[in-house]
Design a protein around this ligand. Sequence first.
Ligand code: PLP
Length: 965
Amino acid sequence: MKIDLNPSVKFENRHNGPSLQERVEMLEKIGVASIEELIDQTIPKAIQLEKPLNLPTAKSEATFLKDFRKLASKNKIYKSFIGLGYYDTIVPGVILRNVLENPGWYTAYTPYQAEIAQGRLEALVNFQTMVMDLTGMEMANASLLDEGTAAAEAMNMLYATRPRDKKKAAKFFVDEKVFVQTKEILKTRAIPVGVELVEGALSDLDLTDPDLYGVMLQYPNADGEAINYKALVDTAKANNVYTAFAADLLSLTLLTPPGEMGADVVVGTTQRFGVPMGFGGPHAAYFATKDAFKRQVPGRIIGISVDKDGNKAYRMALQTREQHIKRERATSNICTAQVLLAVMAGMYGVYHGPNGLKDIASKIHGLAKLTGQGLEQLGFKQENKNFFDTIKIKVDDVQQSKVKAFALSHEMNFRYEPGYVYLAFDEGKTIEDVKGILEVFARTTHLSADVVDLKPLIENLDFNVSDGLNRTSDYMGHMIFNAFHSEHEMLRYIKRLENRDLSLVHSMISLGSCTMKLNATAEMIPVTWPEFGQLHPYAPQDQAAGYYELFQDLRNWLSEITGFTETSLQPNSGAQGEFAGLMVIRAYHESRGEAHRNIALIPSSAHGTNPASAVMAGMKVVIVKCDDLGNIDIEDLKEKAEKHKDNLSSFLVTYPSTHGVFEEAIREMCQIIHDNGGQVYMDGANMNAQVGLTSPGNIGADVCHLNLHKTFCIPHGGGGPGMGPICVAKHLEPFLPSNPLVKTGGQEAITAISAAPFGSASILPISYAYIAMMGREGLKHATQTAILNANYIKERLSEYFPILYTGSQGRAAHEMIVDFREFKNVGIEVEDIAKRLIDYGFHSPTVSFPVAGTLMIEPTESETKAELDRFCDALISIREEIREIEEGKADAENNVLKNAPHTAKMVMSDDWDLPYSREKAVYPLEYVRNSKFWPTVRRIDSAYGDRNLVCSCIPTEDYEEEVAS
Ligand SMILES: Cc1ncc(COP(=O)(O)O)c(C=O)c1O
């Protein structure tokens, strides 16, 4: 045998599932001679790309990681004292390795199938409970995207729920001492929905103003000062004005919580709860409020319900009322949130417990206080009276520039404002840092830092603030925060929860529209490198040269892939991308003197976030019909575009459609919109069927978002993080979003969409790695394979079930809708099939979107034929189980489908009395015996959970029962 000393191990062969032999078999089953023939039958010839993408050739995994190390080393890790919502933190190793770096956690999807998501649902309830306890509020959601957007959600929710006598009030006052990025996002979000944002000093606040409906405060404020707002809140209440606080969650272990001052909403970031700064994200924001607002809360709330046996079980509460599902009546478009990071923050709370958190907070305060006292001995003035982590040092211009230069030479970043230097402390700092700061400041004086004797100061350090700001109430008293403080216990707790969840480590998750493809290990490795994790988003640009290089390449690549000219990396989810894109369109119309253009045409089949985002961008939604084949009714589109031609803003279209079809008339649709003065927004959720074969720009759209957490391999994290960059044509470039402190966006940039200038920068290496390792050819092959896999499933299943909506030549795109409505005749609902799939070891495909009573299957390119076959075998076997009911061989009520999923507890019970065997219940096919996934609860009663909303930890006795059973 000849030896090849340079074997080419192509990453694309690891990423794409089917082997060469499998491909041949699959093409044969589909009835085509080649993949090219299949693509020609699937994608209209007119929109196929004529030339290959201009992207680099593929790198092997090893080469990529080696090269990427070099890029990472261009980022310089200086000590950050900048603060403003981003702090160094120590990620406990047990959480780092077993959650953040663990595919069992990061490859799970949003917990739509609650029976196989009990682990992350419990972790999220821990998060909610911790937030409620620390803020002193009645309820909390399971995370939002960042503090700035959470504040905007508060502003909008309070606007939507104004009391009757304030129905005309539109003013929302924002204290000038709110973090700068938050104020900027409030601006972006206020104007389109008709809120009048008023920024000013608290001394200018007139709470009796009849036009005022709400106030936003920062606690402690941007200066670092903690103020007791109780009197302000009382007066606000007396005048029917709402109050929202953006609060530092860790500080609330020591400071009186906003809930005790009467706040209506409290928001903030949980970044410093063990989640690296990551040059801006991702981090979980929190949103806590009063029970009275529970039906209006943005994002997802995890609640407690019961399963079929009456046992406690977790589920997403109020699921059917999740805001974006209300479409154009929604007040928020949040879909993907920050679940993985919320899990980490909650675990940090579990690991440290209330005392541990208090110790960390006290240490931070102690370091800040000590530094302030030391600097006073050097002759500086520290001006904050009551503070947690931030001190405010008065300096003149000369001193400031010297401090800056000396600090940089000590590899320290401070925050500089006219007349002041601000120093924010965090968990990562030590007494050595205090000494370093004293040295820096001493160098600007005639004194030496040695004149400060720290010893007596340290001996007298305490936490004691005035004005009733010392927290006196207890928090986090629940067992869960007091039981797992040894690493062994914590490790086992994390593992126990992980084992309850089905993720990509078990089997394929063919959720249509969600693209659960491989998240390769080599893509994930750099995410936890300190060079990406430990940078503050406002660190000077020259310290982030690696990041800037990465951004530049990625923007170029994504622009090339979408056929556009520029990309903004700012939006933190697909829905945020939609909002950003529509705001860019809005700015474009305004720049042409056409600010009145405010009609958004949206097909009836669109995802709920599309109409919700349009309303947030100040648009009126006009629905366009779909025909019987699921295609957009072009006549209806034309009629509505012409009818609204004077005010037409945009048309939002998902392509290929949410029905899994490359609609032939797409170019014509774009033309109709352009002829009537509108812009075409392409929802990029289905980009996995386009890359390398066609593109939004080539089709004729003007802007699109990309879900990097779908097509570009960022794992779903159980419901986030995500990234939704927008790519635009030349004429929209000037309007791309800015940031108040870091240069981003175009010449006439809209204000910020996300808190951080580059969104969740630290997960961008994942998408970068994917493109770099796949290269031009590999990306094209991935798209071809995604279409191949979908059509193979379609061929196999179409012999048993109707497949809705195929293209003109009978082909599916990268996903298809399988219709189960005919089984209603024998009492079988699509939900029964979804739950029975669990017994076969599979997560259900997307249930009842976009068509009720159906499953939408998207296998992605990463699954092998063997896995696709197992999945098809499972569905076909379920068909046979339904036939038994049809033929009267199985009971209509008491059968394997209605009782699914089956737990180990059920089949191990001595009381098995179901009319079928245990074997049939849990080992319905041979392959299941080899790797059985056991759900830990039976089917969950959704309605019960909605009627009885409980979103904090279940009573301790119930945990004890669970352990005992
Ligand atoms: C078609 C479509 N558009 C938009 C979105 C929203 O994306 P995100 O959840 O990232 O906000 C989704 C999410 O599933 C989707 O399927």
